[in-house]
Design a protein around this ligand. Structure first.
Ligand SMILES: [Zn+2]
Length: 287
């Protein structure tokens, strides 16, 4: 039961609730990282944009009702319809715009992202074919676009079973997808093949591959630097150790939640992703 409740809440939150949510007040905020790389924030996962001579490539596309606003924000950067759309994973707050952008662009993602999107039903109907990735990879792939190599690397069983991180190798920028929630507890999709231990191993591995002066577009939260991700790793390791020790001592999830997290991390429980929910995810990853 302990694992079941958050999962149902998650599906409700990311499914029905978002399908019916009013996005009319959402504004897209654009942050310039280099002369060709931008970060867009609206509602849902952060978007990375490359605009240049080859056209437009975006990493993730938030929710379907925001597609026109995202397209307008890209237009203000001098770009048109994206040629490529990279999905960092299958969650609806990162792939909701696929049906729109997939009409004219090619969607690229890990094989498991395509499988999970193909299995999704909205009001008992499958997603349109245009919403599914046309190019899939297992370990990773590179796209040579706007004068640099974009290296997409798969990290197994972390946030989901289909996580891809995008390295903009010439720009020293990394889009981590949901392997990084900057300043807040991460959701980890246990039903979607994710696991807190895998998540920690992915973050450790990622930090070794990112140069100290890189800039990081996290899945959620503000633009970051590797030090911010180190802080997130410290939180992950602290909470994992705490929960593992408590399980070894025979404590129940309820007791672990009652004890909470060290003061340093208490502000990381935000909105739906509360400290209790986070501790339940950690508990269910190790029990
Ligand atoms: Zn996600």
């Amino acid at each position: 039961m302990t694992g079941w409740i958050p999962i149902v809440a998650f599906l409700t939150f990311f499914g029905t609730a978002f399908a019916q949510r009013d996005f009319s007040a959402v504004k897209i905020k654009t942050t310039r990282l280099t002369d060709r790389i931008y970060m867009l924030e609206g509602s849902g996962g952060n978007i990375g944009v490359s605009v240049g001579a080859d056209g437009v490539l975006i990493v993730d596309d938030q929710f379907a009702p925001l597609a026109e606003k995202i397209r307008a924000a890209i237009g203000e950067l001098g770009g048109g319809d994206p040629t490529f759309v990279l999905n960092t994973h299958y969650h609806g707050d990162h792939t909701g715009g696929n049906a729109h952008f997939g009409e004219k662009g090619v969607i690229v993602a890990h094989r498991n992202v395509r499988d999970r999107l193909a299995a999704r039903r909205v009001d008992d109907r499958p997603l349109p074919e245009t919403a599914l990735p046309e190019i899939t990879f297992d370990e990773g792939l590179s796209i040579h676009f706007n004068g640099e190599e974009l290296r997409v690397v798969h990290f197994p069983n972390a946030h989901t079973d289909g996580d891809g991180v995008v390295f903009f190798t010439g720009s020293n920028v990394v889009h981590t997808g949901d392997l990084f929630f900057n300043g807040r507890f991460p959701y980890v999709d246990l039903r979607g093949g994710g696991n807190v231990q895998g998540y920690i191993e992915a973050v450790r591995s990622l930090l070794k591959q990112i140069s100290p002066d890189a800039r990081i577009i996290p899945g959620h939260g503000p633009l970051a630097v590797p030090d911010d991700m180190m802080t997130a790793l410290e939180m992950l390791e602290t909470c994992a150790n705490l929960v593992k020790e408590s399980i070894a001592a025979g404590k129940t999830l309820e007791e672990i939640q009652a004890a909470g997290v060290p003061e340093k991390w208490q502000s990381w429980g935000q909105g739906w992703m509360s400290t209790d929910r986070w501790l339940a995810i950690v508990y269910n990853s190790y029990k």
